[in-house]
Design a protein around this ligand. Sequence first.
Ligand SMILES: Nc1ncnc2c1ncn2[C@@H]1O[C@H](COP(=O)(O)OP(=O)(O)OP(=O)(O)O)[C@@H](O)[C@H]1O
Ligand SMILES: [Mg+2]
Length: 424
Amino acid sequence: MQSALTSAIISEGKDTAAPKARQTLLIVDDEEGPRQSLRIVFKDDYNLLIASNGRDAIELAQKNKINAAVLDIRMTGMSGTEVLEKLKGIQPSIEVIMLTAYESVDTVRQALRLGACDYLNKPFDVPSIRKTVATAMERHSFSDEIRANNEKLAALQVELQDQRLQEEITRTRGEIYASIIHDINGPLTIISGFIQIINQRMGESKRLEGDDMEMVKDRLRRITRQVSNCIEISHRYLSFMRQQPSAPARINVNQILEDLRELLNVHPSKGDNTLKIQSLDREVELQMNGTDLIQILLNLAINALQCSPDPHIVEISGQLLDTGADFSRIFEGPTDRILYGQGFANTPPLLVLTVRDNGPGIPPEVLPKIFQPYFTTKPPGKGTGLGLAIVHRLLKEARGCMHIHSKPGEGAAFNIYLPATVKH
Ligand SMILES: Nc1ncnc2c1ncn2[C@@H]1O[C@H](COP(=O)(O)OP(=O)(O)OP(=O)(O)O)[C@@H](O)[C@H]1O
Ligand SMILES: [Mg+2]
């Protein structure tokens, strides 16, 4: 197996690569006044498309991807509800807010039935319309993610029917199954933690309001993100089996460390341990898949958190090296091990990421075995012994290298060296 068995736990709604593209808002009103005031209110926040009648609005929706629309219900020519129906036909995911004036409750109801997400009375005040549009935009990205997940799941099912893939799975069944279960277990633990929090908060109450409602929405968003991660994991295993390495992306290390902090704080292994994650004082980029780096750090951090039942300290930090790594004074033996990745070039700048704990350390007789698949010192049923084998594969894929230093009684430090780019 030359390619990495890769897996993922990614950010909680943050984009680690390029800055997020602006969302697009369509404004449809046949009156000049409201059209212009809406333009002024939203011009700095969204890409705006403006139409003064239904026909133009429909044409814009046929040519552009639109996230949300503010639509006057009463217009000359095509009515607001008619436009709404057509817009939903073209792009079902558009979130439409209706602007209403003296309409009957029935007309408003009809608009909601046709898929409008909200309505506001004219004349509207700026804070209310801002809030309504922001909520609609947020809901749009959330439902987009759910829709994309469903599409990806369907594609995965089709791929699994493939004969060639079936043969590959039969050949390496044991290892693949075990690794997938190991990797998916991370997101599942987090999903289950969030569900527990929701359950506790809901208690016996029959309806949710205010802060409770916001909390549930926020947790549902995080759960969806973790479901996306499970899908991403399946995808990466499939491309691994097909021997199609995916192109490495550029990732921002501080962003990944921020995501890691959020994930570890809800992980059950955190317990009473002290977790310190230091951000880098410079913006550093790596050429690798962000999900792979999270998976490497998460495996090392969880091992460190689980190394002792007594409360202890786990620290994650990074340092930029302007010279190559100097391993000449490190002697492999009872306290040190160096793992060179395939193609590790040792050319600066390099980023060293360290996961350190002050737990019991790794005994000299155990140190040579820790990267073997299925090697574990955890009690039966507690560990698969696959975590570090996966870390090793991912590191090879990223052309990195690792130095482990540990003395019994003095904790353990896992240092990973990765080729980096400094952002100026
Ligand atoms: N920080 C650490 N301190 C002490 N021992 C460690 C540490 N990290 C890893 N080890 C040792 O390395 C072994 C292998 O780790 P690995 O992550 O591969 O599997 P595991 O943690 O036992 O199982 P799983 O990852 O499935 O939970 C561990 O069982 C433990 O003995
Ligand atoms: Mg482990």
